[in-house]
Every structure is written in C-alpha cells, then in structure tokens.
Ligand binder design. Structure first.
Ligand SMILES: [Zn+2]
Length: 63
C-alpha cells in the first residue's frame, strides 16, 4: 500500500499498486493536465537571457 499526495489538489490517495494509477503522481488525468497547463503557461518557465548574439553585434558596431 502506497500513500500518494497529488501535487495539484493535495488529495491523499492510497493505492495498492503504483501501476494501478497511470496518472501518478497526480490523482487524476484532470490534475495531470492542470500541471501540464502550468508548464505551457510559463509559470515554471526557466528564465533565459536575451539573445546574446544580436546584442554583441550591436555593441561591436558602436564606436
Ligand atoms: Zn489531484
């Protein structure tokens, strides 16, 4: 028996076999899609710096 907490809705689940819950670690397909939506929405987006190639070119042309 495993106890799993859904990271989206914090619902506690008790499952006999981890294979019996294909949406793990989420309680349901709905919570899995919510998490996916957060990723696509940029909430967890890794910050990326500006395009350094373009900037360095501009700096080189400036005397
Ligand atoms: Zn959930």
């Amino acid at each position: 028996m495993f106890t799993v907490h859904c990271p989206i809705c914090q619902k506690r689940m008790e499952v006999e076999n981890l294979d019996s819950l294909p949406s793990l670690p989420f309680c349901s397909e709905r919570c899995r899609l919510i998490d996916l939506g957060r990723w696509l929405g940029g909430q967890y987006r890794i910050p990326v710096g500006p395009d350094s190639a373009d900037q360095s070119n501009e700096e080189e042309t400036v005397p």
